[in-house]
Design a protein around this ligand. Structure first.
Ligand code: NAD
Length: 284
């Protein structure tokens, strides 16, 4: 079997076109979605992610502003800035680009963002709502993954979904969203013994480790849906996922590539969340 490749770049583009129409309509009603991004320090990967987010926002008509602060910014200064942004009615979405310098507590920063402006979906209130299956801002990468599955009408209900990775931003929430969709969910992580025993039983395999080519065709079930979240830059400069695409594509039914897979979907979902924030939580 050769898998159908789910191209996240094309799907994200399609979603952005729809969002553009929605934003135009919102503007006619006097609602102007605005995203504020805070970038601390000069991590090149973070800079490039932020650029991608600004560009995508502009494409759909969402205005954005970037606040760049030096790595020496204190936690107190950052928290004060967030309070200001929370109070600023022209700001609908606040995104603090992670990772932060070591002297700043990421959790404190996330906790300080007004949950109604938390377009990353990381605030404990929004995480809790997601767990309860309530309408809320879903974390962008997991939300993007579910959107990719739904775009191909892939059955989730009753399927065995195996997640490799248990981070707060990818692994844990994607498992929760799949559970909300009635999948049977297994989490694997760095302490899992005999990983293959689990991966080979997965109908849907989500790989979010951050190490190149850990999963090969040998590890997956014939016809599995394989979602590769990993982004790894090889010494050659080439970007690659956590899955050995060339072998897995011959055995899976659907597979996502890297690049042009989950990455562009993550940004598209951030824009969805910003529009949702602008519309207001009460009249979404
Ligand atoms: P993380 O480092 O926080 O978590 C990695 C997880 O992998 C951990 O839970 C760990 O237990 C598990 N793990 C590590 N080695 C393992 C092994 N050998 N076997 C099984 N499990 C193992 O990373 P993260 O933030 O969840 O990101 C994971 C990857 O996804 C990274 O490559 C990151 O760059 C990428 N990512 C991509 C997007 C996107 O939009 N495409 C978004 C976020 C993260």
């Amino acid at each position: 079997m050769t898998a159908e490749v789910i191209n996240g770049k094309d799907l994200a583009q399609e979603l952005r076109m729809n969002m553009k129409e929605e934003v135009t309509k919102l503007k006619q009603k006097g609602i102007h979605p605005h995203l504020t991004v805070v970038l601390i320090g000069d991590n090149p990967a973070s800079k490039s992610y932020v650029k991608g987010k600004e560009k995508a926002a502009a494409e759909v008509g969402i205005s954005s502003s970037l606040i760049e602060l030096p790595a020496s910014t204190s936690e107190e200064e950052l928290l004060n800035l967030i309070h200001k942004l929370n109070d600023d009615i022209t700001v609908n979405g606040i995104l603090v680009q992670l990772p932060l310098p070591k002297h700043i507590s990421e959790q404190k920063v996330i906790d300080t963002i007004n949950p109604d402006k938390d377009v990353d979906g990381f605030h404990p209130i929004n995480v809790g709502k997601m767990m309860l299956g309530e309408d809320t801002f879903l974390p962008c990468t997991p939300y993007g993954i579910i959107t990719m599955l739904k775009s191909r009408s892939i059955d989730i209900e009753g399927k065995h979904a195996v997640i490799i990775g248990r981070s707060n931003i990818v692994g844990k929430p994607v498992g929760q969203l799949l559970l909300n969709e009635n999948a049977t969910v297994t989490y694997c992580h760095s302490r899992t013994t005999n990983l293959k025993e689990y991966t080979s039983k997965a109908d849907i395999l989500i790989v979010a480790i951050g190490r190149p080519n850990v999963i090969t065709a040998d590890d997956i079930k014939e016809g599995a849906v394989v979602i590769d979240v990993g982004i790894n830059r090889l010494e050659t400069g080439k970007l690659t996922g956590d899955v050995d695409f060339d072998s897995a594509v011959e055995k899976a039914s659907y597979i996502t590539p890297v690049p042009k897979g989950v990455g562009p979907m993550t940004i598209a979902m951030l824009l969805e969340n910003t529009i949702k924030a602008a519309k207001g939580l009460e009249n979404r």
